[in-house]
Structures are given as C-alpha cells and as structure tokens.
Ligand binder design. Structure first.
Ligand code: HEC
Ligand code: HEC
Length: 436
C-alpha cells in the first residue's frame, strides 16, 4: 500500500461516491513503485525533496492534460459548435428580459468567475452559491458545487432555463435562430437540418455552450515548470538536465516550503488531487452551509437527488454516448446522509483571479482560506466525515508559505489563448455566406 493510499485509509477518508475515480487513480499512480524507485534528478536533492515528495509533486501534472472529447456531446470539439457557443455565451437576446448573458456572471478577465460572493439573480437577490470560474471545467465529471449534473451540457440547461439566470425556452431560441443567419448557419454546421424545437433545440444550445466552455483552459504556471523539471529522468542528456535544473532552482524558496507542506503534513493534496488540484468528488471542509437564515444548503445531498431525477442525465436518451460505459458513475450513485453539506472540491488553478472563495464566496482572500484550515472547527465536521481535516495551527510564516505556493498555481493572465475556431472551414463558410 502506497503512502497516499495508506494515509487515506488511516485517516478514515471515505471511499468516493462511485466506482474508480480520479482520487483512487491518482493515489495509486502516486504510489506506483516505478514512480517511487526511479532515480531522482540531481536538482531534487538540491531542493531537499525526497522520492515521496517528488512523486506527489509530479502527480499534479502534466499541464495541460490532453484533450478528451465528451462522449455524451456529439458537438464536443466541433469548431462550428464552439463558435456558436462562444457567441451565445455573450449574447443577451436569448434571455427573458433581453439583457442577461452568461458572461455577466462568468467574466473572461476573472477566469470566468465574477468577483462577487453570490451574484444577484434577475430579481436582484443573491443566488445560493458563488459562481465558479469555468476554466478547466472539462476535467470535472460532476458539475456545480453540488454535482447536480453529470455533464457540462446537462448543467448548462439549468442557467438557460432558470428565470433568475438567463430564463429562456425553446420558442425564444427558435425565433433567435430564425432571425440570425450566422447563428442559424453555425447551428446547421454543428447539428444538421432540420432545426428542432423545444427540448431538442435547448439541448443543442447547451451542447454548443458546453463545447465552447471545454476550450477554456488555464495557462501553464510557475508550478508547472517546477513539476516538469522534477519529472525529467535522472539519466536525461546534459542539455535537458541543465535546463530542468535551472527551471527547478528558479522556483521561489518560500513557495517550495508551502508546497512541501501542501503535499506533506497539511494533507491538502488528499482532496486537491491531480493536475487540476481536485479529484472532482465531494467533501465537508468544515464551512458553514446556510443559503439563508433557517435554510441550509444541502450540497451534495440535494445534488444527488437532482441528478437522479434529471431526464437529461447520462442515462437518458439525450446523451450521444454510443456505449453505456459513459454512464457508469451515474448508474452507481447512491444518496447517503453523510452527503449533506458536502461540496465539490474546487480546483486550485487561477485562484489569483477567482476570489472570493468557497461554495458561498464566504472567504474573501486566500489568507481567509488558510486561516480556515489553520483553525478548522472539528465540531462542524460530520461525525462520520472528513477525519482528514484537523486544525493545522499554522504560524504566520507557515501561512505565508502556503499562500506563496498557491500563488504559483496562477499565471499572469487568466486564460490560455484558445485556438481560433473562425479558422475552421465550416465556420469561415458561415461567416462568408451565412444564409447558405
Ligand atoms: C446570475 C449569474 C449567473 C448567470 C447569468 C449564469 N451563471 Fe453559471 N453559475 C452561476 C453560479 C452561482 C454557479 C454555481 C452554481 C452551483 O454550483 O450551484 C454557476 C455555475 C456554472 C457552471 C458549473 C461549473 C462547474 O465547474 O461545475 C457552468 C458550466 C456555468 N455556470 C455555465 C453558465 C452558462 C453557459 C450560462 C449562460 C447560459 C451561465 N452559467 C449563466 C451564476 C450564473
Ligand atoms: C477533506 C478534503 C479537503 C482537504 C484535506 C483540503 N481541502 Fe481545500 N477544499 C475542500 C472543499 C470541499 C472546498 C470547498 C469548501 C466549501 O466551500 O464548502 C475547499 C476549498 C478550498 C479553497 C477555495 C477554492 C475556491 O475556488 O473557492 C482553497 C484555496 C483550498 N481549499 C485550499 C486548501 C489547502 C491549502 C488545503 C490544506 C491546508 C486544503 N484545501 C485541504 C476540500 C479539502
């Protein structure tokens, strides 16, 4: 049993909701003998890192992960669908009052978060949760803080329909495509004729928006340069080894101390796993969960109920996956009392742009987050819950080092430059002669 697996077991960390998931895979990956017994590059010793630390650090990459089309969405990766989604994301015309856009709450310059704790809905009252940044969403397998959807497009049907967000419907979308030849052309290129109505059209729009959001990726960061330098084999040629050594030694010393704590005794890496720093499953991190006085946010408990009742989930007829394997996680999901008040473990990339933090935006700064983990209130945690967490009682210096490490997970700009879909022939044709 490897270190990570042993720690998970010893700490009483629950098994994930379903069959093999990213957490198990990452834990096993991290502990494979080949990763641990391979000789380390020379600069690992220069930085004072042992084999376990190097293996843990290397498990948070490489970045970016390779593209992996969503089998439930036939428009995934399709340039015309991506361009259609990109336009609709910023278009107020589908909304009930003609003024609301996805980009109101998901702003590109804020890594597609919106800077508010809980953005207001159309009625001016705050929504129940913080708007997630949408970068790297393609790497998740449950969507929303409560995982109430099992695909990006099934999640998106909700803000599309919700009168507090966009509030659109089939007839309104049909009228938009009938009135706008460029949008109609892109839709046709992505999904074919004839244009459907109602549910089928809403699903096409959601799948196009999902295809666009799948392209939103956070850029490489200083952490990735260190990680790749540590993944270089000890017997690499002299030029590769020298470049890796220079990259490793350029990583800030205070951030390195924070990183060692993160993968070490602070045990952050047990939940913030893998290249995105999230295993995509759910935990009670000891945060309060009241949506309003007297109204708790049930978190994952409500998410599982919503997912099972959702006609657009992976088990339903709207999924394009040819094989039932794509629905394995959804088929095996079981509600359990302990899911109450659990939320999806957020990824930790691009945090420099996505404050405030937590499912309800109740932590204004990274210092607030670190203070939470330092003083976490064990009374708040479920009795059968996350024994992984315990108050870390960190001194000011240790907190600053953790913060310095987290800041190396952000690049100077929020979003990697995506490929230009307009370069694709189908998109160019729609731009030139949209009526055809
Ligand atoms: C009024 C603000 C608002 C608008 C408008 C809005 N969103 Fe969101 N969005 C949110 C909030 C709040 C959440 C978190 C909801 C939750 O987890 O329950 C969210 C979550 C998401 C997620 C989940 C991301 C993840 O990592 O699981 C996606 C995808 C998303 N929104 C896409 C969209 C799209 C596409 C539109 C337009 C059709 C849209 N949103 C419009 C506020 C908004
Ligand atoms: C038991 C699993 C677990 C462990 C261990 C853990 N986290 Fe978290 N983390 C979560 C969950 C769940 C949330 C969301 C909490 C909420 O809002 O209810 C979260 C939220 C965060 C956030 C806010 C991110 C955002 O986008 O809102 C940061 C930053 C963070 N954790 C860093 C850390 C650090 C640093 C450590 C180690 C000191 C750590 N986490 C340990 C599960 C964990």
């Amino acid at each position: 049993m490897g270190l990570a697996v042993a720690l998970v077991a010893a700490a009483g960390c629950r098994a994930p909701d379903t069959a093999p998931d990213a957490r198990t895979v990452a834990a096993v990956d991290r502990a494979t003998p080949s990763a641990r017994s391979a000789p380390l590059p020379r600069h690992a010793a220069a930085l004072g890192l042992d084999a376990d630390e190097v293996a843990a650090i290397v498990s948070h990459g490489p970045w970016p992960p390779p593209p992996r089309p969503d089998p439930t969405n036939r428009a995934s990766g399709d340039p015309a669908a991506i361009e259609l989604g990109r336009r609709l994301f910023d278009d107020p015309r589908p909304s009930a009052d003609g003024r609301r856009r996805c980009s109101d709450c998901h702003r590109a310059e804020l890594a597609f978060a919106d800077g508010r704790a809980r953005p207001p809905g159309a009625d001016g009252l705050p929504l129940d949760r913080n708007a997630q940044g949408l970068l790297d969403a393609r790497l998740q397998h449950w969507f929303g803080w409560d995982g109430g959807a099992d695909s990006l497009w099934a999640f998106i049907l909700r803000p599309l329909a919700d009168p507090r967000e966009i509030g659109t419907d089939g007839p309104r979308l049909a009228a938009l495509f009938d009135a706008d030849p460029a949008l109609a052309c892109l839709r046709r290129a992505a999904f074919g004729d004839p244009r459907p109505a109602d549910d089928a059209l809403r699903v096409q729009v959601a799948k196009a928006l999902a295809a666009y959001i799948e392209t939103l990726e956070s850029p490489r960061t200083p952490f990735d340069a260190l990680r790749d330098a540590l993944a270089v084999p000890a017997d690499a040629d002299a030029a590769t080894a020298a470049a890796a050594e220079a990259a490793a030694l350029a990583y800030p010393a205070d951030a390195l101390r924070g990183l060692r704590r993160f993968v070490g005794d602070a045990r952050c890496g047990l939940c913030h796993v893998g290249p995105a720093f999230s295993h995509g499953e759910f935990h009670d991190a000891g945060r309060p969960f009241m949506a309003a006085p007297g109204r708790p946010d049930p978190g994952r408990h409500g998410g599982i109920a919503a997912l099972r009742a959702d006609p657009f989930n992976r088990l339903g007829r709207w999924s394009d996956a040819p094989s039932p394997d794509a629905a394995v996680r959804t088929r095996h999901i079981e509600p359990s009392h302990r899911n109450f008040g659990e939320f999806r473990v957020p990824g930790l990339r691009a945090l420099a742009f996505t404050a405030p933090y937590g499912h309800d935006g109740s932590m204004k700064t990274l210092d607030d987050v670190i203070a939470h983990y330092s003083d976490v209130d064990l009374e708040r945690l479920h009795a059968d819950g996350d024994a992984v967490l315990r108050p870390l009682r960190l001194e000011a210096g240790a907190r600053a080092e953790l913060r310095a490490f987290l800041s190396t997970l952000s690049a100077p700009r929020p979003v990697a430059s995506p490929r230009d879909p307009a370069a694709a022939p189908a998109v160019a044709a729609c731009m030139a002669r949209p009526g055809t």
